[in-house]
Design a protein around this ligand. Structure first.
Ligand code: PGA
Ligand code: ZN
Length: 434
């Protein structure tokens, strides 16, 4: 044994995520005795080009069991990383990738790989006696508390397709600290729930990420409710609080007809018509960020949409799937001005961090994101602070798998005290003209 940070033990087991779906949990142990654990999330509106989570199939848990993936951790991946120095994250991640051998990690599973990758960082941070956010930071880069975008109303795959658009979120652009931003979002959620109830909708329906899931006649109706909620809470629209949406357009794209089918409104739109529709919403509501306005492979129309919506943050999720290759293509054709970063889309911390740095190098904004299926683990919060992503998207202000991340960020900000820096509205693209 050379170092006290060499990996000697890797152990994985099957746990449950916030939807009750099995997920991979893992512990990595080092020579010097420190250990790190991690649990990984999973999505519902999963991009076609994401790394693949391995599921067992068969009868157990309706086919969603992950015992094959945990067995892969305990055998193939453990063998691959045992003896490696946990502080050399890139080497560990390279070994994990090589042990799988495929680009989409479909042999051992991206869920297995990410669990080991994150648990390794945790163990190494512990060995260094540092909080995870400091350990993952590049050199002496100062911690940066992210601007949250907080889910208030859900539709799409997260709420029984009550409306087509997947997320209607509040961005507390006037907040001066992370804690103030969360408090603003809490007020907006409470007021929006009151407005929803006063208009006769059901507020008992809580969506996958803790948002309200009312059945509404149109997507615009959701924007109206959120705007009314912001004002009822006493905030100025577009000054104190603004709106972000995740269109998640891949979910309602019909490749045969090349149309976007808004089922809630019984309308089928071309890419150009959908872009115009989004522009008209932005003319009537203070929308500052639009995620996945078009489908994941509609490369032909993304640059046009990005230009038409250029006053706002145009954010690629399913388009980029946290893949450096796809992000490079997007940078080359100006497909978007911001990228959503979900570590489980790509499978390792090293690759996800590379996407963040690539984006920043191209003057793009970054939003670190949880998945709709999450756990009580909070490592995502530390990555946002250490990697200085500037923004984070975790869901609503309730449900423990969501508050685990907010609570960790509140803790970090409180502990840093006067040394804490909050990214604020400046973190959103487009960068203000200088
Ligand atoms: P998912 O959704 O985790 O269900 O994929 C989140 C998102 O689309 O941003
Ligand atoms: Zn999305």
């Amino acid at each position: 044994m050379k170092n006290r940070t060499d990996i000697i033990e890797v152990f994985a087991w099957e746990a449950l995520d916030s939807r009750g779906t099995p997920t991979v949990a893992c512990e990595v142990g080092l020579t010097g005795g420190t250990r790190g654990t991690a649990m990984v999330p999973s999505g519902a509106s999963v991009g076609t080009h994401e790394a693949k989570a391995l599921r067992d199939g068969g009868q157990r848990y309706g086919g969603d069991g992950v015992r094959t993936a945990t067995a892969q951790v305990n055998s193939v991946l453990a063998t691959a990383v045992r003896g490696l120095d946990a502080t050399a994250q890139a080497d560990v991640d390279t070994a994990l990738r090589a042990a799988d051998g495929t680009a989409d990690l479909s042999v051992v599973g991206a869920n297995a790989v990410l669990a080991v990758s994150v648990a390794t960082a945790r163990a190494a941070a512990d060995a260094a006696g540092e909080p995870l956010y400091r350990y993952v930071a590049e050199g002496s880069a100062a911690p940066l508390l992210p601007m949250p975008m907080v889910n208030i109303i859900s539709g799409g795959a997260h709420a029984g397709r009550a409306v087509d658009i997947q997320d209607f979120l509040v961005v507390p652009i006037g907040a001066g600290s992370f804690a103030e931003a969360i408090e603003t979002a809490w007020e907006v959620r409470r007021s929006t729930a009151a407005v929803v109830a006063s208009r006769g909708h059901n507020v008992a329906l809580i969506a996958d990420e803790g948002g309200l899931g009312p059945v509404l006649p149109s997507n615009r109706a959701a924007l109206e409710l959120l705007a009314a909620g912001i004002e009822k809470a006493g905030f100025r629209l577009g000054t104190d609080a603004a709106i972000a949406i995740d269109v998640a357009a891949s979910e309602f794209y019909d490749p045969a007809g090349r149309t976007y089918d808004l089922a809630a409104e019984q309308r089928a739109l071309t890419a150009v018509e959908l872009t115009e529709e989004l522009r008209s919403w932005a003319a009537d509501f203070p929308i500052v960020s639009i995620e996945d306005p078009l489908a994941e492979d509609d490369w032909e129309h993304w640059p046009g949409a990005a230009a038409a919506l250029a006053g706002m943050q145009v954010l690629g999720d399913d388009l980029f799937v946290t893949d450096p290759k796809r992000l490079r293509r997007g940078i080359a054709c100006s497909a978007a001005n911001a990228v959503l970063v979900k570590p489980n889309q790509i499978g390792t911390l090293t690759a996800a961090h590379e996407v963040v740095n690539l984006a920043h190098g191209a003057a793009m904004a970054t939003v670190l994101s949880a998945r709709s299926g999450e756990t009580e683990d909070s490592w995502l919060a530390d990555l946002a602070v250490g990697w200085r992503t500037g923004q984070i998207k975790v869901g609503s202000t309730m449900r423990s798998e969501r508050t685990a991340k907010w609570n960790r960020l509140l803790e970090i900000e409180a502990r840093l005290g006067s040394a804490a820096t909050f990214a604020g509205a400046a973190a959103l693209a487009p960068a203000p003209a200088v």
